[in-house]
Ligand binder design. Structure first.
Ligand code: BMX
Ligand code: ZN
Length: 289
């Protein structure tokens, strides 16, 4: 039987039927940003077929610990602290799901059959509403004892920077996420822009837009180097709406060439693209449920 896979992001929810290594069917809707976990479940129930599945797998933005979901950055996804997502999904679909952080799930999919295949240490980054990261070390997916492993979007990027929703200041996510690009872009261009508008403006020759994107690229390249120093990452794969925007990965690669050789590692696009979280959650469900 296929796996019902769900990916809850800060901007959209995707639901898919996963058969073997493939997505057979896929549905998508905007994430209800109401601050209530029950509204997420209702949105998922509306998208997904109710039966015909062998397992349910959920990848979600936020910290997942013992089947409960907490936002590290409530600006990326507003939700009650410790929302019991596993039991809510079980009530809606009649079976206990596997629940995992979205970037951790995507890292696992890329490691198993995508850009991370064959490496010993591998990192996946999603540059999206927030910045997520999943780490595979010595061939094992790291989640940590509290689910926090890989939350490199909250590594220090700018000590004098703005407060982050996580409670620190100047996190990578406040500099280089889609949310950050939209905020800084709107300020500096003097009109409301979303991240895609900023990329369009840069492509059309707007120097301010290009400068903002470069600052994000520099911050990410430095975070990659820090992580390489910490766990000797063999390869980085990048996904997410901003990460997969035209020219973004090329800019990261170019920037990494400015680093001392010891920190330079391959940077590639996530092969499963936007579906890596769905596939990774489905694989983990088959492995562990
Ligand atoms: C945030 C954090 C991570 C997540 C990352 C990418 C929350 C709600 N989320 O750093 O858990 O992996 O964003 O999330 O604190 P996305 O919504 O951009 O995919
Ligand atoms: Zn933070």
């Amino acid at each position: 039987l296929p796996v019902l896979a769900v990916d809850i992001g800060g901007t959209k929810i995707a639901v898919a039927e996963v058969t073997g290594d493939r997505i057979a069917k896929r549905w998508q809707a905007p994430t209800p940003r109401t601050g209530r976990g029950d509204d997420l479940i209702a949105a998922i129930a509306e998208l997904a077929p109710k039966n015909g599945f062998g397992a349910v797998a959920v990848a979600t933005t936020g910290i997942v610990r013992d089947g409960a979901l907490t936002a590290l950055n409530p600006e990326t996804l507003p939700i009650e602290d410790g929302y019991p997502i596993a039991s809510a999904i079980e009530r809606a679909f009649g079976m206990p799901p596997l629940v995992v952080n979205d970037a951790q799930a995507a890292a696992w999919a890329e490691f198993r059959l995508g850009a991370g295949r064959g490496f010993r240490n591998f990192a996946f980054f999603t540059v999206s509403t927030g910045i997520g990261c999943g780490l595979v070390v010595d061939g094992r997916l790291e989640s940590g004892s509290t689910g926090l492993a890989g939350h490199v979007g909250h590594a220090m990027s700018d000590p004098g920077g703005i407060p982050c929703g996580c409670g620190r200041r100047g996190c990578l996510e406040t500099v280089a996420s889609g949310t950050a690009l939209a905020r800084v872009g709107s300020q500096r261009l003097g009109r409301k822009v979303a991240a895609p508008d900023l990329f369009k403006a840069a492509a059309e020759g707007n120097g301010v837009a290009a400068e903002i994107i470069t600052a994000a690229v520099v911050a990410l390249a430095n975070a990659f180097a820090d992580l390489t120093a910490a766990v000797d990452v063999d390869c980085f794969a990048v996904g997410g709406g901003v990460g997969l925007a035209d020219g973004f990965i090329e800019a990261l690669q170019a920037r990494s060439l400015d680093l001392p050789r010891v920190y330079r590692r391959p940077i590639v696009a996530a092969l499963a693209g936007a579906d890596a979280g769905l596939l990774g959650a489905a694989f983990l469900a088959r492995q562990y449920l």
